[in-house]
Design a protein around this ligand. Structure first.
Ligand code: ADP
Length: 492
């Protein structure tokens, strides 16, 4: 059986990853395959000479992890991935910062990983690269002579061409994506944005089906929405422990209406806007006083980035204001939990909440929305209030879809959710749960890999692989101005 090679920013350790998440689901599926997974170890070293690879074997999976230098972390990870690509892809040009040394750091780390993958590659491997940290990795692999089927999945949104043009190296970036055989997107909108860019700025041409021809090469662009491991999550939400927790959540004397929000602290998640909408709910519908509580679980992320530190401050200020203005000795309107919660506990909190409030300003998919749906009691389900700007909104049409920028609209939707008759809740939930199950993590993975496998050339492993490699190497050589020989002295 062919081996699957995965590259992602972090390679999850099978013995540490919590069940139910996407990483866990990929690992589950890898049980049946020989697989190699390459990623950053999470460690930092002071210079390139100290970079060495750790290789760990878990049954059929081999993991290759490398540290980054402090400079790589600053330039590649914080500087280009987090301060340029993340805000641009989420339409926050006001927060985007571009610096030549950061884009060079991004190229450098991608070249290093490409060399590492290349030196461990078998002719028959399928290569699947994950997310925006590694956009140029495929072109780098081609330059090094890899002829294997190459797939890429973008977990975050693909911005409109007008926004992407703000990145100084937009042509290089999208051309790098076109080096893959298959590129997967979360939504139709993302795919359309990519196609518009390729056809409008790279001279590409739409072919039949999902194919685009660009620069004499075909790239297949598919929509393949990420999902959750529904069986595992449902199991957690319906466990005995979950039932006990829900009982505790609803015990006498506690508020009757639980509204839940679960998000990393990120400016894309619309957390301050959500709190303002909740305040508006209390103003517009005073009957919710002493009855409704918003539990916002929001672990901090990237605290070393100023934009993230600001959100935390704003969030904490708003929680204090709302609780001070509306709260009482026996009622805290906002319960704010600033840390990670065990997934089992999270599943119980979703199930015990009448409203799931998922209102990002922009989001690739938003798996929290899917988790909330699957955790519900089928006979008495809660209602999902979902931002129109979450990728999940393309599929989850039976949620109450809202504009997260409009506090009045969100407040009205939450009130509608609170007062929705049981029959309507059941009807909406059935449709939502069916779609979440249909597009679960397993189908996401197998759907993508099926398309990628179709790219497998019958020539692989044969004598004429060499000329094919040469052609591909020549085609991608222009993409990386810096000669590989200069970088290849770096220890990998
Ligand atoms: P993103 O990947 O942008 O953070 P998603 O909604 O797609 O957003 O996925 C977030 C994942 O992280 C979900 O599986 C969610 O359950 C999990 N998560 C978010 N916040 C917490 C938390 N405080 N504790 C535990 N898990 C969390």
């Amino acid at each position: 059986m062919q081996r699957l090679v995965i590259v992602s920013n972090r390679a999850p350790r099978p013995d540490e990853v919590s069940s139910g998440g996407l990483g866990a689901c990929i690992l589950d599926a890898l049980h049946d395959h020989d697989a190699a997974w390459f990623g950053w170890s999470g460690d930092l070293v002071s210079n390139e000479g100290e970079i060495s690879t750790t290789c760990a074997r878990y049954d059929q999976l081999t993991q290759f992890t490398m540290p980054m230098t402090e400079r790589d972390y600053r330039e590649h990870y914080l500087g280009f991935c987090n301060a340029a690509l993340w805000p641009v892809h989420h339409h926050r040009l006001d927060l985007a910062r571009f610096a030549p040394e950061c884009s060079e750091g991004y190229r450098r780390v991608n070249r290093r990983f490409a060399r590492k993958v290349m030196s461990n590659l078998h002719a028959n491997d399928l290569i699947w690269v994950q997310d925006y940290h590694f956009i140029p990795l495929g072109a780098n692999l081609r330059m090094l002579g890899a002829a294997n089927p190459l797939g890429f999945f973008l977990h975050i949104p693909f911005p409109t061409p007008e926004v992407l043009l703000a990145v100084p190296e937009h042509i290089w970036l999208v051309s790098s994506l076109c080096a893959y055989d298959v590129v997967g997107f979360q939504t139709n909108t993302d795919r359309q944005n990519f196609c518009r860019f390729v056809c409008g700025f790279l001279g590409g041409e739409a072919m039949s089906g999902n194919a685009l021809r660009v620069g004499g090469k075909i790239v297949t662009a598919v929509v393949c929405p990420a999902g959750i491991d529904t069986d595992s999550f449902y199991g957690m939400a319906t466990s005995r422990r979950a039932a006990l927790q829900i009982k505790q959540l609803r015990r006498d004397g506690e508020p009757r209406i639980n509204i839940i929000g679960v998000d990393r602290q990120d400016y894309t998640k619309g957390l301050p806007e959500r709190l303002r909408s909740f305040r508006r709910l209390l103003e517009l519908y005073p009957q919710n006083h002493k009855a409704a509580t918003l539990m916002q679980i929001a672990p901090p992320s990237h605290e070393d980035v100023p934009a993230y530190a600001q959100i935390r401050q704003e969030l904490e200020g708003l929680c204090g204001e709302i609780n001070g203005q509306h709260g009482d000795v026996d009622w805290t309107p906002v319960r704010y939990i600033c840390r990670n919660v065990a997934r089992e506990a999270l599943a119980a909190l979703y199930r015990g909440s009448q409203v799931g409030l998922v209102t990002p300003l922009r989001d690739g998919m938003n798996l929290v929305a899917k988790e909330y749906v699957i955790a519900q009691d089928e006979d008495d389900p809660g209602v999902l209030v979902l931002s129109r700007f979450a990728g999940a909104a393309e599929d989850l049409r039976e949620a109450l879809i809202v504009n997260p920028y409009d506090p009045d609209e969100v407040a009205h939707a939450v009130q509608r959710a609170i007062t929705m008759p049981r029959e309507e809740r059941i009807e909406r939930h059935q449709a939502l749960a069916a779609r979440v199950r249909e597009r679960d993590a397993h189908n996401w993975m197998t759907g993508f890999l099926r398309v990628l496998e179709a790219e497998r050339s019958p020539a692989l492993g044969c004598d004429y692989l060499a000329p094919m490699q040469q052609r591909r190497r020549a085609r991608y050589a222009w993409m990386d101005a810096r000669p590989m020989s200069a970088a290849s002295s770096v220890a990998v």
